[in-house]
Design a protein around this ligand. Structure first.
Ligand code: ATP
Ligand code: MG
Length: 346
């Protein structure tokens, strides 16, 4: 186990600044999930922790020790890469035991560790195969097994479940949670999968263009997003954002007739999650027109036009609403953001 601290961490490739003043900490034994759009610097941050990239400026601490200049093998960190690099000429068993063999551990210990990890990952029947004889998802599990066998202080996972089918991904999610408990490990895990982020994380760190947007528990990010970027990035389907003008007890949506029953003053951006938008028969307030009803079994998404704005409401099935219906809207829970900066308003 170990804690990680980033202090004003910058990483540039030539003129290109990829990480811009990252300040964050990962507690001892914490599961931190790193999310953000493609190219925002997630893999780069993991590679800086692993020691595979030189940090341009700022500090990286493992426990309380500055490790900027420490070689990767001296950091006790194991990384599972986005493109899992296995040794092609070694069997699964040899791949998984490699680090322990290099460390000159006794064969019996290596075998036990590999068998245990293989059972955890459902790889028992594949131990004698070569990587070339495995599917993408199987290779990904071997890569993960290789990290587990090492029992490092810190695990770095770069989209480790991206090649698995839905059922296996769910199974592995549960396994990862179990693994985290069993090993008391500190984990930094990059993913594009919302469910993965929300279910696995003690805290989620949201990165955009190399800048930390927010770091907090899944609940905090969902209930109190710090800005419109986090508001629309976390939660699926995305939060609706509408430009409005507060009139005291109600507010007017730009380009739309009728007032919403939402208090506010002056111009701001109103945020409403699809699950927090009740749909009613048309009343005094603004009237939206349903364009598409997307049924998802227990729930349906109503895509509607509200004047020039597109909005989405998530309702229980069976829903009486059909495409073409004119409906009223009643926001249940709302968020307010600054129109210019996008920052959350009190
Ligand atoms: N060796 C390099 N030289 C120059 N630029 C690089 C290098 N490696 C990464 N980059 C750039 O740094 C930025 C961040 O890349 P990174 O791989 O960290 O993104 P990411 O958040 O992991 O994206 P994805 O979700 O697609 O994996 C990208 O714009 C990328 O093109
Ligand atoms: Mg990446």
């Amino acid at each position: 186990m170990a804690s990680l601290t980033f202090r004003a961490l910058n990483k540039s490739y030539g003129e290109t600044r990829v990480l811009k003043g990252v300040d964050a900490a990962v507690g001892d034994g914490e599961y931190l999930v790193l999310v953000g759009p493609s190219g925002c610097g997630k893999s780069t941050l993991l590679r800086c922790i692993a020691g595979l990239e030189e940090i341009t400026s700022g500090d990286l601490l493992i426990d309380d020790k500055r490790v900027n200049d420490l070689a990767p093998r001296e950091r006790n960190v194991a990384m599972v890469f986005q493109s899992y690099a296995l040794y092609p000429h070694m069997t699964v068993r040899q791949n998984m035991g490699f680090a322990l063999r290099v460390a000159k551990r006794p064969q019996a210990e290596i075998d036990t560790a590999v068998d245990k990890a293989a059972a955890m990952l459902g790889l028992e029947d594949l131990l004698d195969r070569l990587p070339g004889q495995l599917s993408g998802g199987q290779r990904q599990r071997v890569a993960m097994g290789r990290a587990i066998v090492r029992r490092p202080a810190v695990f770095l996972f770069d989209e480790p479940l991206s090649n698995l089918d839905a059922a296996l991904r769910h199974h592995m999610r549960v396994e990862l949670k179990r693994l985290h408990k069993a090993l008391d490990a500190t984990i930094v895990h990059v993913t594009h999968d919302q469910v993965e982020a929300l279910t696995l994380a003690d805290r989620i760190l949201v990165l955009n263009q190399g800048v930390v947007q927010q770091c907090g528990s899944p609940r905090e990010l969902f209930d109190h997003p710090a800005n419109t970027f986090v508001a629309t990035f976390i939660g699926s389907p995305s939060m609706n954002l509408l430009p409005v003008k507060g009139e005291g007890e109600t507010c007017l949506v730009e380009g739309v007739e009728g007032a919403l029953a939402v208090p506010g003053e002056g111009e701001f951006t109103l945020g409403i999650r699809p699950t927090d938008l009740a749909v009613t028969a048309p009343g005094d307030g603004p009237v939206a027109t349903i364009e598409v009803v997307e049924s998802m079994g227990a729930e349906a998404l109503l895509h509607a036009e509200l004047g020039p704005h597109h909005i989405v409401a998530q309702v229980k099935e069976p829903t009486p609403w059909r495409a073409g219906d004119r409906v009223g809207l009643r926001p249940q829970v709302v968020h307010r953001f600054d129109r210019t900066s996008g920052e959350r308003l009190p």
